[in-house]
Structures are given as C-alpha cells and as structure tokens.
Ligand binder design. Structure first.
Ligand SMILES: CC/C=C\CCC/C=C/C(=O)SCCNC(=O)CCNC(=O)[C@H](O)C(C)(C)COP(=O)(O)OP(=O)(O)OC[C@H]1O[C@@H](n2cnc3c(N)ncnc32)[C@H](O)[C@@H]1OP(=O)(O)O
Length: 311
C-alpha cells in the first residue's frame, strides 16, 4: 500500500518532484540539521529533516513536500501552553519553507489524538496566565485555519474539544475506525461553553442544525457517527490512517497551490476576521468566564471525575 502511495505521489507531483524522488538524496552542505533517515512509510530513502521540541515531533520530507507533525505530550496530548506555543512556532517554520506544501497532523500517543485544552492551565492560575493561554489557543487556530499548506488530520485516537478543533481547522479529516475513539466539541459536559470561533469552525464543517445539536449536548461521536454527521471525511482501519493521509494528500497537492489557497482564503477569511476584529475582547471574555468561582469549581470537579474513573 505504501509503495502504491509513493507511485501515486510521484505521478501527481510531476517534474521536479519526480526528479527529487529519483535522486533519493538531496542533502546539501548548507542545509544544516537535515538527516538522512529511512522512512517509516516505506518511501525510498529521501531527503528528510526531523526536529523535535517538547511535546511535538516534526518530520519534513522535502522530496514529497509533506511534513508530519506528531503531538507528543503523554499521556493524552493535552494542549498545554508549551505545546500550543511550540505548535505555532513550528507551523510558522513550515509555512516559510517553500517546498513544504502539505502537513499531516497526528499523534505519537496510542489511542489519543488529543484530549483537548490542558484543563490544568484553566484553573487555579492567575488572570495573566489565563490571558496568555487563551492568546496561544487563538494563535494556533488562526495559523492552522488559514494555513497555506494542505492540512490533513490523521486522527488516530480520541479527539475531544480542543483536539477536535485542531482537526476541524484542517482541510480533511481521516479517523481510525475504532468504536472506542470519540470526537466532538464536548465543552458543555465540563460546564463551559465553546467560544464562537470554535462554533463557527464546526458550523462551517457540518452546518448549523447539526452543530447546535452537537454543541448543546456536548456530543462525542464514534467514528461511524462522526462520518455520518460530517465531522470527519473518511474512516479507515487503524493501520491505514497514515497511508490514507498520504494518498489523500497527493490528490490535494495535485491542485495548483495558488488556486487552492485563494479558494481556501475566500471560504475561511470571514470566519477568521470575526475573531481578529474582537481578539482582545475574546481574551477578556475568556479570562472573566474562566475565573468565575462556579466555572473553577466545575473544572475542578471534572478533573476529579477523570481521576476517579480510573479507581
Ligand atoms: C468563554 C470560553 C470559555 C471556555 C472555553 C474553553 C474551551 C475548552 C476546550 C477544551 O479542550 S477543554 C478539555 C476537554 N477535554 C476533555 O473533556 C477530555 C478529558 N479527557 C478524557 O476524556 C480522557 O482523559 C481521554 C482523553 C479520553 C483519555 O482517556 P484515558 O482513559 O486514556 O486517560 P485518562 O482519563 O486516565 O487520563 C490520563 C491522565 O490525563 C489527565 N487528563 C485527561 N484529559 C486532560 C485534559 N484535557 N487536561 C489535563 N489533563 C487531562 C487525566 O486526568 C489523567 O491524569 P492522572 O494520570 O494524573 O490521573
């Protein structure tokens, strides 16, 4: 299967891509920190670069023009301030690499794509901390939603709340077919409210009525139900998620970048502008909401419930 994906990519990438794939090794003296390493998906040894920071592993295949970002914040890939910050920094780096046209976001943790925002960042801290944290959440969404790259979420585990938002910010979602995994914006279950731009991102994906239903009830969908409602685009056997992501990527990368990017901007800019117009007000609203005693209590109880579930 992986080899078939490579041949499809070779065909679709055309001219320079084919040459680069054939040459097998593009290391140049000036390209420091590049590593030659065998591919985990069966590509010929190609020009690759890996960098890892706390909570994130990034692997760039310059020959294919595809980067893979693996969230790596065990045990559940909760989106801590550090992970959010590193995510944004690495996205900016990739965005500036001309040869990087596609990004696959996935998880290094078995069974969990991401548990969403790190709840411990949202209680028992100062207002300044909440403001910094929320700004980082906004920043990641803005960067991802408007990325020039084709962004595919390879959802290889559960993906509640902020984890779901990350995948919704991509262009295409592939989820592992395991009924134990769930995905959705379940904020109301925590006694909190998905902000308007989380809601807008969901509405843009599955429509108003289905979003209202999902958001009010804090629904977490099984892969089959997520596919039915349109939160994900494809459900595939667990061991086929990465190959499918590469296959789908080749299709998206066969479209001329400028045409695809302008179309993406046309579709998404109004949603992004809504947040940009009131970014500071949104931070203030978050800080004041999350600082309420009743909300702090709800979050504390929710964490307690998560821990007690295990006992
Ligand atoms: C005005 C706007 C206001 C507010 C907007 C805020 C928007 C918020 C968005 C969010 O993303 S909130 C986070 C929502 N996330 C969840 O509800 C998921 C909670 N977690 C789970 O359901 C499960 O942990 C799981 C992801 C399904 C994984 O289950 P598993 O059984 O594999 O692990 P376990 O539950 O034992 O967890 C291990 C460990 O991790 C801690 N944990 C889990 N999730 C989080 C989290 N989101 N943040 C911080 N910590 C988390 C859990 O407590 C365990 O810790 P322990 O080992 O110390 O007990």
């Amino acid at each position: 299967m992986a080899l078939r994906v490579v041949s499809v990519l070779k065909r679709r990438l055309g001219g320079p891509g084919q040459k680069l794939l054939r040459s097998g090794n593009l290391l140049s003296a000036t390209q420091h920190r590049w590593e030659k390493m065998p591919s985990s998906v069966g590509f010929p040894v190609t020009s690759r670069r890996s960098f890892s920071k706390t909570a994130l592993i990034v692997d760039v295949d310059h020959n294919l023009g595809i980067a893979t970002m693996k969230m790596n914040n065990p045990p559940v890939n909760s989106l801590s301030l550090e992970l959010l910050t590193n995510f944004v920094i690495d996205l900016e780096k990739l965005e500036n690499e001309k040869r990087c046209r596609g990004l696959i976001i996935t998880s290094a943790s078995p069974k969990i794509f991401s548990a969403g925002l790190d709840i411990t960042e949202m209680y028992g801290k100062s207002s300044a901390h909440y403001a910094e944290f929320w700004k980082a959440v906004q920043e990641l969404w803005l960067k991802l939603y408007m990325s020039n790259m084709v962004v595919i979420a390879a959802i290889n585990g559960s993906s509640p709340a902020g984890g779901c938002l990350i995948s919704l910010a991509g262009d295409y979602r592939i989820m592992a077919d395991n009924p134990k995994y769930t995905i959705g914006l379940n904020e109301t279950l925590l006694g909190i409210v998905a902000p308007f731009w989380f809601k807008d991102t969901l509405v843009n994906t599955i429509g108003n009525r289905a979003s209202e239903h999902a958001l009010q009830l804090g629904l977490l969908f099984s892969p089959t139900d997520a596919l039915r409602v349109g939160i994900v685009d494809q459900v595939v056997p667990e061991d086929k998620v990465q190959d499918t992501a590469l296959n789908v990527m080749s299709r998206w990368l066969s479209i001329p970048d400028h045409a695809r990017q302008l179309t993406k901007t046309m579709m998404r800019k109004p949603t992004v502008d809504r947040l940009l117009k009131q970014r500071e007000a949104d931070i203030k609203n978050f800080v004041s909401f999350i600082s309420r005693d009743s909300i702090q209590k709800s979050l504390h109880m929710y964490m307690k419930h998560l821990k007690e579930r295990k006992e």
